[in-house]
Design a protein. Structure first.
Length: 420
DNA sequence: TCTGGGGTCCTAGGACCC
DNA sequence: TCTGGGGTCCTAGGACCC
């Protein structure tokens, strides 16, 4: 069996943990640069405000009228709370996999059944997370990852489940899938949903009843696997769920437009550090580096976007080597007179470090010890303890975060204060 | 006054080669 | 001069997820 533990409105819930004054109010959290809405607590949802990913300025008045509390994204807080959540969930199963900042897959193997039964087990996970971390979660359990996802959807959205759903019989499977739209299924988005609707397939249950042959013919094997998973056949094995990433990106829009080459360079180097750290964390090496920068399509009719790909002579995960190349590529990407709005880097074409074939003629130039030393120090203290000088000491392109809450759990100076 | 997220994977199509 | 097949590599853009 598979379980999916999922924090309800993660960012909004994190904001409420250390601020009792907003617990009974609608809370909205914005994306980077306070651009769009990215989370709304259940009170906001009930009031019908806080639709995900609409630009904030477009709904600002509406939110004000509803008396909503607005918060900027506080990733320091969410990342720390996420860690606590994961640490609490993972001991409940022999295998676990962190799927995203607010979701965690648990895998129990094929035969295992908890002594208390699945339902009680799920409730225990939920209660424990609430007790230890004060975050509300949903737990969905099912025989395949896709059904666990569907169960978690039911646990969160459907009446009568109260945060816990277990798909352990054909009846309950039908009951849940019939109440879900096809687009509520993991892997079925807007476009696929439209095409399925045209075939008369509206609910998840409709899809599960569609012959897989037809789906394979009209769509692809991936969608076919989804249908089989809905019917209880495991197509996404535990290894698939945990498959290593094939590329890593770090990109961000600026708080203010950037025109200065040096500022753009600092941003790109920052992204190199972030992407390279992810790469090393996965114990992978990259063959290709992509660097891009662009203006905003909203600013002007003349959309400017340049991206370049560099192929390293040998696979690498060395931040200094990657940064040097990124810096060179930037010379061809930068153009004066452009109001840059976004930039980023990608590390592509990865291979596992232990499978890497060394080149007979090109010596390996990765400074592996230096990189692991930097990673060790930065993970022990702060990400910014040791960094490449090219990133700059005083970055002037900082994000706009007008409504930022304190980093309650990660900065001594911002610890919550209880007044008696 | 200004304000429009971030990440990963896949595919179609073009360029080029033999 | 035009045409044919098949392969690789690269790029842009689409689709999906949170």
């Amino acid at each position: 069996m598979y379980a999916l533990c999922d924090v309800n409105s993660m960012y909004a819930s994190c904001e409420k943990v250390f601020d009792p004054t907003i617990r009974n109010r609608p809370v909205i959290v914005l994306t980077n640069n306070d651009g769009c809405i990215c989370a709304a607590c259940h009170i906001a949802k009930q009031m019908g405000v806080g639709k995900k990913f609409v630009p904030y300025f477009q709904v600002k008045d509406e939110l004000e009228k509803a008396g909503a509390v607005i918060r900027s994204s506080n990733y320091e807080l969410y990342a720390d709370m996420s860690q606590r959540f994961m640490d609490t969930c993972t001991p409940f199963a022999p295998h676990s996999h962190i799927y995203s900042i607010d979701e965690c897959f648990l895998y129990y193997g094929v035969k295992y059944v908890p002594a208390t039964g699945w339902h009680e087990h799920a409730k225990r996970i939920r209660r424990t997370v609430w007790k230890h971390v004060r975050l509300p979660i949903s737990v969905g359990i099912g025989p395949t990852p896709t059904l666990a996802k569907a169960a978690s959807h039911a646990a969160k959205r459907l009446d009568g489940f109260r945060g816990v759903a277990v798909i352990d019989s054909p009846q309950i499977r039908q009951q849940i899938l019939s109440q879900m739209a096809v687009t509520d299924i993991w892997g079925i988005g807007r476009k696929l949903g439209q095409r399925l609707n045209e075939l008369g397939i509206y609910s998840a249950w409709d899809l599960s009843c569609t012959p897989t042959g037809l789906i394979k013919k009209q769509f692809n094997t991936l969608t076919q696997s989804t249908v089989e998973e809905l019917n209880g056949t495991v197509k996404l094995s535990w290894d698939d769920v945990r498959a290593p990433k094939k590329e890593f990106f770090s990109t961000r829009s600026f708080g203010q437009r950037v025109t200065d080459k040096n500022q753009l360079r600092q941003a790109v180097i920052t992204h190199v550090e972030i992407a390279a750290r992810k790469l090393r964390q996965q114990k992978s090496l990259a063959k290709h580096l992509l660097v891009f920068a662009s203006n905003s399509p909203h600013d002007t009719d003349l959309y400017y976007r340049r991206s370049l790909v560099h192929s390293f002579p040998t696979y690498t995960s060395d931040s200094t080597i990657i940064a040097t190349v990124a810096n060179q590529l930037l010379n061809h990407i930068y153009s004066s007179g452009i109001n840059f709005y976004k930039c980023g880097v990608g590390l592509l074409n990865l291979c596992p470090k232990e499978q890497h074939q060394l080149d007979l003629l090109i010596p390996n130039q990765d400074k592996e010890q230096l990189m692991s030393c930097i990673d060790a120090i930065n993970s022990k203290y702060s990400r910014d303890t040791i960094f490449l000088a090219g990133r700059g000491i005083q970055q002037t392109f900082a994000m706009r975060r007008e409504f930022l809450s304190p980093s309650f759990t990660t900065r001594l100076s911002q610890l919550p204060v209880i007044q008696c």
